[in-house]
Design a binder for this molecule. Sequence first.
Ligand SMILES: [Fe+2]
Ligand SMILES: [Fe+2]
Length: 309
Amino acid sequence: MPDKKNVERVKKLIEKRKLAQKKKGVEGKKDLIQKILSDIDDIPPFSQIATKALKLINNPKSSAVDIGRVISYDQALTAKVLRMANSAYYGFPKEVTTVGEAIVILGYDTLKSIVLALSMRKFYDHPVKGYGLQKGELWRHSVACALTAKFIGNHVNYSNPEEPFVAGLLHDVGKLILSEYVKDEYEKIMNMVTLRNVTFLDAEKAILGFDHQEMGVRVSEKWNFPDKIIEAIGFHHQPTGAEIDPLLTSIVHIADFICLSLGIGIGADGMLYALEGKALEIAGISSTEIDGLISESLEVTIEIDSILS
Ligand SMILES: [Fe+2]
Ligand SMILES: [Fe+2]
């Protein structure tokens, strides 16, 4: 369960950001988010298995037996986990036939993240029309960002490498919700991006009155995501606004930038994506290191393909 006080803090920070934006003259109509929020009961519940996996990830006392139980509830998930354990990436010489063996090979922590990613696939696996992304592209972008964030987390010795994975996986969840509502406004947003050379995010705010980060915060609060994750969702494009865990949000921001640089899930959001130098500072990554990180992240695509196959 998210800490209510922290969620309120995230919302206040978002209000602060909106005020700053207003001063810059980028604001738009305010009634649309209210309309979406009033329809929020129609927004699908977050996948039950993903909710269970998320709970296990956040519970330090959870065990391999618990995750085995979650996987065994779902035959398709069991098949995918076994296929992954048998993939060339892990190079295990003998065929892996049980979930118990898969836990040993993949590692308990990795498996928790994989279960979360796989169980979210159905949820993400439709075209995100408003953002010009093909079917599955947002999911592919989210998985790439999750794996890259985990990799960066390890690189900077982040305390729990699974948290960057989860935050990376969920960072653009607001797009899923908004894609149902921005279809008509999309053209207006694109015109603004091309004719006035503003970022996609500023165009979203100007046309909609808010952006996919804010929508992500609203919906992830409803889905009871952990507060650090809610903050990372709310600030992944402007990580310096984060206060609860600026390092986690910066890791997700850098991972998002890397994935877009590699062309994974470009869509309309990839235009004019600005890497905040302060995020590198927070993560303790030098600007020369970033090129190395981008090329090392390419290896991540191997892992993505084994998840996607
Ligand atoms: Fe985003
Ligand atoms: Fe993204």
